[in-house]
Design a protein around this ligand. Structure first.
Ligand SMILES: Nc1nc2c(ncn2[C@@H]2O[C@H](COP(=O)(O)OP(=O)(O)OP(=O)(O)O)[C@@H](O)[C@H]2O)c(=O)[nH]1
Ligand SMILES: [Zn+2]
Length: 298
């Protein structure tokens, strides 16, 4: 790093505008040229252009990178996170497709997954949600039940210890209660968000950007906007089969070394599916993702 440079951590991203925490002050940052490959959580080397503005010169090597992608481009969700909390709720009903895709993205990135079942105070839908989550529990993804609105102390007692020493990103569909949870886990999250929003000049769209909050003791929490799609076009076939945790015990057991686990004879994955050891919805998703990975245009 040059003498005129400092390093910081990117705490918010909105389009090509970034906010970095540089030695405790919040600095507006832009990239050089048209680069948009910066993610919240990135450690960056910056050169100041004014007391509260800087240019990002370099992104330091990432420990992890979580992203989604469509046919045309990838969207970085967060860098250097160690843990993903997937927030679901008893109501409205959550999408298994999104939850499963998030687990696959996290596995491919080497990130730990926990599922948070919120609104367990709502009796209607509770048993149905628990039943649906058994698929993930069977793969050893922990499920933590909370009620952010009805039992906030219990929710904090359950989740705060899990955040210690970690950099955690929360994702969830709209309406699952992710904002309510963030406000419990991050004191003054609202104030921080307003300040970040003003500095990033996001206008009224205060919830449409990803932001990072520091917690006491060095932990951090990243809040990302809700989304309806979780494309994984960037995962190659080889990465895909390994990112399905439920496939792992059977990999290498197929007759053909290049088995795609779709229609091949003597396929260990299809055998496990037939034996009920792999859930049908997971194998269907795998087939869909294989299809997506063949469609990338970049
Ligand atoms: N019954 C019940 N309602 C809750 C609970 N947690 C949140 N809610 C309600 O669920 C609704 C959605 O909560 P939010 O925190 O705004 O949800 P979100 O996931 O951030 O949704 P978006 O802001 O749309 O992304 C609100 O009306 C909350 O009051 C809970 O534990 N129990
Ligand atoms: Zn196979």
């Amino acid at each position: 790093m040059k003498a005129t440079q400092k390093s910081g951590i990117v705490i918010a991203a909105h389009g090509r505008h970034y906010l970095a925490d540089v030695e405790g002050s919040h600095v507006q940052c832009v990239t050089r040229g048209k680069k948009t490959n910066v993610a919240v959580g990135d450690i960056v080397d910056v050169t100041a252009t004014s007391p509260d503005q800087a240019v990002i010169d370099k992104i330091q090597e990432r420990r992890t990178l979580l992203y989604r992608s469509d046919q045309y481009k990838s969207k970085l969700l967060a860098a250097n996170v160690t843990q993903l909390f997937i927030v679901v709720a008893t109501e409205p009903s959550f999408s298994d497709d999104l939850v499963s895709r998030a687990t696959v993205a996290a596995e491919a990135a080497g990130i730990t997954v926990r599922l948070i079942l919120n609104k367990v105070d709502v009796q209607d839908g509770l048993e149905a949600a628990r039943t649906r989550l058994k698929v993930y529990e069977a793969m050893d993804y922990p499920v933590h039940e909370v009620s952010a609105a009805a039992a906030p102390e219990h929710a904090i007692a359950t989740l705060a210890p899990l955040l210690q020493g970690q950099s955690t990103i929360l994702i969830g569909q709209s309406g699952m209660g992710k904002s309510t949870l963030i406000n419990l886990l991050v004191p003054d999250a609202d104030i921080a968000t307003r300040e970040i929003s003003a500095k990033l000049d996001t206008g009224k769209h205060t919830t449409t950007f990803t932001r990072l909050y520091h917690l006491d003791g060095g932990a951090s929490v990243i809040d990302s906007p809700g989304f309806q799609e979780f494309g994984l076009y960037h995962l190659s076939e080889g990465m895909l089969e390994r990112a399905f945790r439920d496939f792992q015990p059977y990999l290498g057991g197929c007759k053909y070394y290049n088995c795609r686990h779709l229609v091949e004879p003597q396929c260990a994955i299809l055998d496990a599916l037939a034996a009920g050891k792999i859930a049908p919805l997971r194998h269907e998703l795998y087939g869909q993702l294989l299809h997506e990975s063949a469609q990338t245009l970049y």
